[in-house]
Design a binder for this molecule. Structure first.
Ligand SMILES: *[C@@H]1O[C@H](CO)[C@@H](O)[C@H](O)[C@H]1NC(C)=O
Ligand SMILES: *[C@@H]1O[C@H](CO)[C@@H](O)[C@H](O)[C@H]1NC(C)=O
Ligand SMILES: *[C@@H]1O[C@H](CO)[C@@H](O)[C@H](O)[C@H]1NC(C)=O
Ligand SMILES: *[C@@H]1O[C@H](CO)[C@@H](O)[C@H](O)[C@H]1NC(C)=O
Ligand SMILES: *[C@@H]1O[C@H](CO)[C@@H](O)[C@H](O)[C@H]1NC(C)=O
Ligand SMILES: *[C@@H]1O[C@H](CO)[C@@H](O)[C@H](O)[C@H]1NC(C)=O
Length: 666
């Protein structure tokens, strides 16, 4: 009777679903490598994702999801109760290691179990728990420990009608290679495979677990004697049930193979659907800490970068290929920066027309003076640097040694020996300082004359100083006068183009022909030296605003005193007559002679030296006011009183500061 009924039932199904007869047998065997087009009955929140992944539950809390094979499997005493199944599952917890309830492979008489979400894996409700009438066999994969069922954390158990497992074991697998048990974390989020095999003859239910990449272990995790005929009914549904707890967990089945009539085929691991990308933990503290770390790193990187940039900027130099030959003469800006303590205002020892001078100390303890000359033009720089470097080879006790140079954008730095007493003009004009006696002044004059003679005649090439004046004469430790700043005026001479010529120098020291031709010669240097001699003897600047108009130009004033037969009246009143009269007269007259308007009438520096050493007698100076100074020369008067439009007025109102005069091309 039962057989007739069964075949009728079968025929009905065949008729309804129009499945060919050869498939009748196949109802109890199937293999799904992914669940697209799978013949499944879904319940609860279970769903099949587009890639074929069976998702039993998502992170929704307190929900359950189930999936059963649509068609009930025949468990008949007449055929066999043996079955074989294996499936790949994954449990992805919301919080790593914390989490969720598990999955149960279920053989049940009904697809709609009376389960309660979040309890008992969705298998059973409170009233039907443990009843033999349930006819439920479940293999549970349970990450949590439930005290009421006396189980353990992270276990695999065999449940019959009850969630208190018949037998359970911690989740481990036997490694065939290593011949030992290796433990597994069910909620690691990694896919794993489970094999369930029941052999009717042995009445043994074997449960075997392994990571997805590992072949079936030789030893099952559980091998439990069960008399299945006492549990199953003739028609049973097979499938999965899962529930999520307070801490949610996603439960996935990736593939499933079932066989009622033999060994279940192995799944094709490579063609299983992929798990969705792991959700990032949305722990606010971690997010905040990460954000903070990123901010801190960005700030650090910015600071480091900015520091590096500013450091580079700070020490940036202009260095060209042609400079490589000047190796030792080239100072690095960084070393100068350090030597002068960052060009601190406190280190300034002088300030002239060309720029500020700073005192510095090199690491070798050598003291230096660093002159910063602002200079925009790159034109002629190569020649100028060559000259500067060659001047570094000038050696004379009355010259300030030029040690080297450094170039930056718009700036040239020249490094000199440090002169402890500073410049002569500070002794001549500053009221507070002790002024110099005649002996010292005469020695300084002779010294500077000998230095200038060296430049003009005794070195390998003629060097024209171009800017002789008291403020360019420096005093060393023994109060020797030393000529400094030689050749620097050339820097401005080099700024030439076809249209204009710069004449650099200082008003009062500029020979009349220099303003006319713009050409510096040794004679223009002698003229300036004459003005300087008068300056030292008279204690007055070459041009100065005085009460009396005739005192304006020093040369005129000395000439006038001389013409009135009282040349000594021009001497510095601060000397109070304490000088050697012959020397004073010599210096004043020689000063006048050097200031002759006619360059040819001026003595050479060698002659000047001879006069100062009293090796030669001073020639008769023509008693002719038109030969000296500028007062009688209308041209130079024009120059002094109505400067041409291109005349660059010095910022310092004192007329003795350095100026450049632009003149039309020579
Ligand atoms: C979980 O699945 C249910 C049912 O498909 C759906 O309504 C819900 O939005 C899903 N939740 C998440 C977080 O995916
Ligand atoms: C539990 O299951 C039984 C049937 O087995 C059903 O009658 C009962 O209503 C269910 N209870 C709950 C709370 O779901
Ligand atoms: C492996 O674990 C199973 C189940 O816990 C146990 O029965 C078996 O003896 C273990 N085998 C080894 C080699 O530890
Ligand atoms: C179950 O495992 C035991 C070894 O523990 C083995 O002897 C038996 O053949 C296995 N049965 C099935 C159906 O795999
Ligand atoms: C298994 O259970 C069936 C039905 O209760 C019984 O007839 C049979 O004897 C049992 N077999 C064993 C080996 O216990
Ligand atoms: C079921 O087992 C039979 C006999 O071993 C085999 O021929 C068939 O391919 C298996 N089917 C599945 C889906 O595992």
């Amino acid at each position: 009777m039962a057989i007739v009924l069964r075949s009728l039932h079968l025929m009905m199904i065949l008729y309804i679903s129009n499945i060919p007869l050869s498939f009748a047998q196949d109802e109890s065997q199937f293999i799904y490598n992914g669940f697209n087009q799978a013949n499944l009955y879904l319940d609860g929140i279970a769903e099949i994702r587009p890639n074929g992944l069976l998702q039993l539950t998502n992170i929704s809390n307190q929900e359950l999801g189930r999936a059963f094979y649509q068609i009930p499997i025949k468990f008949s005493m007449i055929s066999s109760l043996s079955f074989s199944t294996n499936f790949v599952f994954a449990m992805v917890p919301q919080e790593p290691k914390l989490g969720g309830h598990g999955i149960a492979f279920t053989i049940s008489p009904s697809r709609s179990l009376n389960g309660v979400a979040s309890q008992f894996l969705g298998l059973s409700n409170f009233s039907n728990i443990g009843l033999n009438s349930n006819h439920i066999l479940a293999i549970e994969l349970d990450p949590v420990r439930s005290l009421e069922f006396e189980d353990i954390r992270n276990h695999v158990g065999i449940d019959v009608n009850d969630l208190k497992s018949l037998e359970l074991a911690p989740a481990v697998y036997y490694s065939n290679e290593e011949r030992r048990n290796i433990s597994l974390e069910l909620i690691s989020g990694n896919p794993m495979q489970l094999w369930i095999d029941y052999d009717e003859a042995e009445k043994l239910l074997n449960v075997t677990l392994a990571p997805i990449s590992t072949p079936k272990p030789n030893w099952p995790l559980l091998s439990t004697p069960i008399n299945l005929s006492q549990i199953v009914l003739e028609s049973m549904y097979v499938g999965f049930s899962a529930s999520t707890g307070v801490v949610a967990c996603d439960h996935y089945i990736l593939g499933w193979s079932f066989n009622k009539s033999g060994q279940a085929q192995s799944l094709d691991i490579s063609s299983l659907p992929k798990l969705p990308p792991r959700r990032k933990r949305k722990d606010k503290r971690i997010v905040v800490i990460r954000a903070l770390l990123i901010v801190v790193m960005v700030v650090l990187i910015t600071i480091t970068g900015a520091t590096y940039y500013l450091r580079r900027k700070k020490y940036e130099e202009v260095r060209e290929d042609w400079e490589s030959e000047y190796g030792t003469h080239r100072f690095s800006y960084k070393s100068l920066y350090k030597a002068t303590k960052g060009f601190k205002a406190r280190e300034i020892i002088g300030e002239g027309g060309f720029g500020k001078v700073y005192k510095g100390t090199l690491p070798s303890n050598e003291q230096i003076a660093v002159k910063r000359v602002s200079h925009d033009s790159q034109q002629g720089m190569k020649e100028f640097v060559a000259e500067i470097v060659s001047m570094g080879r000038l050696r004379h006790r009355n010259l300030v040694r030029l040690l080297g140079y450094c170039r930056r954008r718009g700036e040239l730095l020249l490094i000199y020996d440090y002169m402890p007493h500073g410049s002569l003009d500070r002794f001549l004009y500053s009221n507070g300082r002790r002024h110099l006696n005649w002996l010292q002044r005469f020695r300084i004059l002779r010294g500077v004359a000998s230095g200038l003679l060296y430049l003009h005649e005794e070195w390998e090439q003629i060097v024209i100083h171009r800017d002789i004046k008291a403020s360019n004469v420096l005093l060393d430790a023994e109060m020797n006068g030393r000529l400094g700043d030689f050749g620097l005026a050339r820097l401005y001479d080099h700024d030439t183009n076809s249209q204009t010529t710069h004449v650099a120098g200082t008003i009062g020291y500029l020979a009349p022909e220099l303003t006319r031709t713009g050409r510096a010669t040794t004679y223009t240097d002698v003229y300036a030296f004459g003005a300087f001699m008068l300056e030292v003897a008279c204690g007055r600047r070459p041009t100065e605003q005085m009460e009396m108009p005739e005192e304006l130009v020093l040369v005129d004033w000395v000439f006038e005193c001389w013409s009135k037969g009282d040349i000594l009246r021009a001497s510095d009143p601060r000397l109070e007559g304490n000088y050697v009269v012959e020397e004073m007269v010599l210096v004043l007259k020689l000063g006048l002679l050097c200031s002759h308007v006619n360059p040819a009438a001026r003595p050479s520096m060698r002659r000047v030296m001879q006069f100062l050493d009293c090796d030669a007698d001073l020639p008769n100076i023509p008693y002719d006011s038109s030969s000296f100074g500028r007062v009688t020369s209308s041209e130079t008067l024009d120059f002094l009183w109505s400067p041409p439009s291109s005349f660059v007025q010095p910022s310092n109102p004192s007329m003795s500061s350095t100026v450049s005069i632009l003149k039309d091309g020579c």
